[in-house]
Ligand binder design. Structure first.
Ligand code: ADP
Ligand code: NA
Length: 332
């Protein structure tokens, strides 16, 4: 009933990591290039659920737009825009705050992780984050949402909100979205701790590869990445219980557009002393053109702003009629 439409977002809350690239941007480009309608959003309203310095937020927004375009998002073929420029997101989120239940939001593990021990001092926005994410998606009647593994629980909540809204108002208005969590890089792990995901907000810069890291830094970070002393196994089953080894093999496979089995067919039996430099070379080969293009785009911030402004107009043209119809359904 609803035509396929892909939506996803990334927060302008710091520089992009290899996790964001493999788990999100690279897959966003694949969706765009497959010919599906694609809408990508820089979610600044989400970013301010934790403190953001205003000047840094402005810079990070442009840098993220540059990252999208450098990765291959074409602002003519995809809609690329900034969340706060389309008011439908915040307006629809309010209605969803009134649909979602406290108990549902209380179960969100990301809130618990991000709020930490001092929950009383977390922003109300951080708690209500999933309602805004539901609005991002449903303001476009999006059907497919490519995300990393960390967003699975939020997407289930988006589905719950759609189902409850449709049920409460006796309509079949909002599509129930399909999460698209596919590939070997849906959860790229920290280079320092194989149990934590690689994140732009981790305090240790050695835990992540930033898209803007130079070749030496990338090589050093992989060289210092935590691993066990065993050589790589010959088959994927041998990665069981070896989170760090698995992570590096998965990163290699994702960067090379191949499978972990194929990587192990080549490197199985070899130690990390050989594998890590090969991985670093591959990462530099894939990422350095991207970061060079990002830097080139960042030389002309006005041009980036023009792309985002045009994207916001196209986004609003889709979202506003859906918002108006939702208000009518609610009786407004
Ligand atoms: P971060 O968690 O780095 O702050 P966001 O919350 O803005 O990034 O997430 C942007 C996208 O990147 C989401 O689709 C998220 O699932 C994906 N993502 C973030 N970190 C990783 C990771 N380590 N591995 C795979 N995907 C990730
Ligand atoms: Na995240």
């Amino acid at each position: 009933r609803h035509k396929p439409r892909v939506f996803s977002g990334v927060q302008p809350s710091g520089g992009l990591t290899l996790g964001n690239y493999l788990g999100a941007l690279k897959r966003f480009v694949e969706a765009q290039d497959s010919g599906t309608e694609t809408i990508y959003c820089i979610v600044d309203l989400h970013a301010i659920t934790v403190w953001q310095d205003p000047a840094k937020l402005t810079h990070a927004t442009r840098e993220l737009a540059a990252g999208f375009m450098a990765a291959g998002i074409d602002p003519a073929r995809s809609i690329l825009f900034n969340q706060s420029q389309v008011s439908a997101h915040a307006e629809m989120a309010w209605v969803f705050n009134c649909v979602a239940r406290m108990g549902w939001l209380n179960r969100m593990t990301q809130f618990k992780d991000k709020a930490g021990k001092n929950r009383e001092n977390a922003s109300v926005g951080l708690f209500a984050y999933p309602s805004l994410m539901a609005a991002d998606i449903m303001a476009y009647h999006a059907t497919h949402v490519p995300v990393g593994e960390d967003q699975k629980q939020h997407l289930e909540l988006t589905r719950d909100i759609a189902i409850k809204f449709n049920h409460d108002y006796g309509v079949d208005f909002f599509p129930v979205v399909e999460p698209v969590i596919e590939g070997v890089a849906t959860r790229v792990m920290s280079l320092r701790d194989g149990t934590k995901k690689m994140s732009k907000s981790d305090s240790s810069d050695m835990s992540r590869i930033n898209l803007t890291d130079d070749a030496d830094t990338i090589a050093q970070k992989f060289r210092k990445a935590r691993t066990d002393p065993e050589p790589l196994p010959e088959a994927v089953a041998g990665l069981e219980g070896r989170a760090e080894a698995r992570n590096l093999v998965n990163i290699y496979a994702a960067l090379a557009d191949t499978t972990p089995a194929a990587v192990l067919a080549e490197y199985g039996g070899q130690g990390f002393g050989a594998f890590k430099p090969a991985l670093a070379d591959l990462a530099v080969a894939k990422l350095s053109p991207l970061s060079a293009e990002m830097a080139r785009l960042m030389d002309d911030p006005a041009e980036i702003d023009r792309h985002l402004g045009a994207g916001a107009e196209r986004a609003a043209a889709i979202a506003h009629p859906i918002l108006e119809r939702m208000f009518e359904i609610v009786g407004m």
